[in-house]
Design a protein around this ligand. Structure first.
Ligand SMILES: Nc1ncnc2c1ncn2[C@@H]1O[C@H](COP(=O)(O)OP(=O)(O)OP(=O)(O)O)[C@@H](O)[C@H]1O
Ligand SMILES: [Mg+2]
Length: 478
């Protein structure tokens, strides 16, 4: 019904007809490449996946020949008009016919596997599909066609998944970025994008990536992490979690500091849970990752320059514009440059409860990173003035870390108390102490409160949470 059927099923055509666009509006890159390779070599190997590694070679050969028959039979242009579900059904039907015509001996499971693999290659992200379907994976890292790494439980491991070649990988990268109106090729080899499910994607292509396209996907978690879950995972103690809840609720200005992949965005998301539902929140991000549950939210996203090198909208532009949008809270996904200054200004001028994340390894380093970012913006303010700005603006620094055993911990909840001479003074309220290692090499430690009374106590009292705060600080102090 969907096929052009200009070639009888069962005969592998030696002439591939031009393949029009595939669903999703991309340029049919993947099927064309696959079909062309099939025509030229006759030995095309379909993209393997986890299961394919275990497939015997007979099944792989069957897969190739069925795929070639399918390519010769269907008009992908017709598929482009249909939704994915209908296309999968149609492909299943035609593949079934091909198998019957060719008298191929396949079990029901093998046949289903074959259909799934073919659909993944035509419609989806080919060999990556099985990984994308798993919710236990945090990151997928593709370093050229034959090395696909994943991160699960905080640990990075190599998978047996391979693309056919770098061209197939590049085609998939192009398909991803085209879906969000961007492009990636030799002349514009760096690109950020997002998958339909919200996963964050970065592509860097040759010649910048020397060994083939490098694709990095931060998988979107369907099962959103909440503070309760972080407590369950041991990322923070129960008392520490309650302290964060108070911090989020009492409109304190918070910076979440941490290394790459340490859980900063996740924590920011968790903290935003405690923002009142009637507050007007504006978020600024490079790639929208935050999932705020409140109704009154304006989400803004930066934009890279277009092909002519114009039209860029930076984080700084967004943060500045925010100030004219009557925000009650400003949330910056990642503070990376001179927008640090604008965020501090906002924090200092009545937008209490603003938040952002910063790449730094400890709270003290976080302060110097902010100073450096302000200097990068070309401000020639004396160091002391900048530090005063920081001390006046930021109330709390929450430090996230990924430890060497892969576990993620909140290692500090520190308060910015003020200035002593030229130095910003910090006071730890909560810390994680490493005590050793267990037999499996997992780090053993504990979270504890320092028992110090926070300088933001008055603010907490104003919000009527002083009793909770006292409980929390006493509960786990030594
Ligand atoms: N406490 C945690 N326990 C287990 N997994 C976590 C925890 N925090 C975050 N993760 C997972 O780790 C991955 C990285 O988290 P997240 O995106 O928050 O890190 P990040 O510090 O913002 O990274 P980046 O520096 O790349 O922006 C995500 O898949 C997330 O679901
Ligand atoms: Mg992040």
């Amino acid at each position: 019904m969907f096929g052009k059927r200009n070639t009888p099923i069962g005969t592998t055509s030696d002439k591939q007809s031009p393949v029009p666009d595939v669903p999703g509006g991309s340029s049919a890159a993947l099927p064309v490449a696959t079909a062309t390779a099939a025509a030229s070599s006759g030995t095309v190997s379909m993209a393997p996946n986890t299961r394919s590694a275990d497939m015997d070679s007979r099944l792989s050969e069957v897969k190739v020949s069925v795929f070639n028959d399918l390519m010769a039979t269907v008009d992908l242009g017709e598929f482009a008009k249909l939704d994915h579900k209908s296309v999968r059904e149609a492909i299943g039907e035609i593949v079934g016919e091909i198998i019957n015509m060719r008298n191929l001996m396949l079990s029901a499971i093998e046949q289903q596997q074959l259909i799934t693999d073919i659909c993944n290659d035509i419609l989806g992200l080919g060999p990556l599909e099985p990984l994308l379907a798993r919710d236990d994976i945090a990151d997928i890292m593709v370093n050229g066609y034959d090395k696909v790494y994943i991160e699960t439980d905080g640990l990075i491991q190599l998978t047996d998944i391979k693309f056919r070649d770098n061209q197939q990988l590049m085609n998939i990268c192009q398909r991803i970025v085209q879906a969000v109106g961007r492009r990636v090729d030799e002349s514009s080899p760096i690109c950020d994008a997002r998958l339909q499910d919200g996963s964050r994607v970065n592509v860097i292509a040759p010649p910048l990536a020397i060994d083939g396209p490098a694709l990095t996907i931060r998988k979107f978690k369907r099962d959103r992490l909440t503070l309760d879950k972080l407590v369950k995972f041991g990322t923070i103690s129960n008392a520490g979690g309650r302290l964060l809840e108070i911090i989020g609720h009492c409109r304190l200005n918070v910076i979440i500091s941490g290394g790459t992949g340490s859980g900063k965005t996740t924590l920011l998301n968790c903290l935003t849970n405690y923002i009142d539902r009637n507050e007007r929140i504006i978020t600024c991000e490079d790639a929208a990752e935050l999932q705020l549950q409140q109704p009154h939210v304006v989400r803004l996203e930066t934009r890279p320059p277009n092909l002519e090198g114009v039209g860029q909208v930076t984080m700084r532009d967004l943060v500045r514009n925010c100030l004219r949008m009557r925000p009650e809270r400003i949330i910056v996904g990642e503070v990376r440059g001179p927008e640090a200054f604008d965020l501090l200004q906002a924090m200092n001028t009545g937008h209490d409860g603003s938040m952002g994340t910063i790449h730094a390894n400890n709270p003290r380093e976080c302060i110097s990173r902010i100073e450096n970012m302000i200097a990068m913006g070309g401000y020639t303010l004396p160091a002391k003035t900048v530090r005063e700005q920081i001390a006046g603006a930021v109330n709390v620094i929450v430090q996230a870390s990924r430890l060497r055993d892969g576990s993620r911990k909140i290692t500090h909840v520190s308060e910015v108390v003020g200035m002593e001479g030229d130095v910003v003074t910090l006071q730890d309220l909560f810390i994680y102490e490493i005590q050793g290692e267990d037999a499996q090499g997992r780090i053993v430690g504990r979270h504890r409160s320092t028992g110090l009374r926070p300088a933001f106590y008055e603010r907490v009292r104003y919000f009527g949470k002083e009793r909770d705060l006292a409980d929390v600080m006493e509960e786990s102090s030594v």
